[in-house]
Design a protein around this ligand. Structure first.
Ligand code: HEC
Length: 101
């Protein structure tokens, strides 16, 4: 009987854990949006319509976010890895920019 009781308690625990995991992902999407709004939007625009070719491969774009790129005339694309941005954040930002319309 004890085992059954433990299983019955276990199920809601797993369900509760899943509920905690799902909003945690939503928060990280919010973080990406906040990052974009504070660090990128002033140059790339509200829908990433400026200075960004959304048809380029993610890898290429992620590398530019990390390493920066000199434009034909200023402003240049800053190298955000020098500002503490991680590869995961760069990936999330590129995905976010591509999703903006
Ligand atoms: C000071 C202005 C400025 C800021 C701030 C800025 N960028 Fe850029 N970014 C540029 C310019 C200019 C280019 C284009 C360089 C070129 O190819 O001429 C560029 C290029 C890019 C590209 C490559 C686009 C392509 O088609 O090759 C990506 C991706 C990108 N930026 C993402 C970001 C992200 C993400 C942020 C914020 C973390 C950001 N940028 C912040 C100016 C900026």
């Amino acid at each position: 009987m004890k085992k059954i009781a433990a299983a019955l308690i276990g199920i809601p625990l797993v369900a509760a854990a899943l509920l905690i995991v799902v909003p945690a992902r939503a928060t990280s999407d919010d973080d990406t949006a906040a990052l974009y709004n504070t660090k990128c939007k002033m140059c790339h625009g509200a829908t990433a319509e400026k200075k960004m070719d959304k048809t380029k491969a993610d890898d290429v774009l992620i590398q530019i976010v990390l390493d920066g790129k000199a434009a034909e005339k200023p402003p240049n694309m800053p190298a955000f890895k020098d500002k503490g941005l991680t590869a995961d954040q760069a990936k999330a930002l590129v995905g976010y920019m591509k999703s903006l319309k």
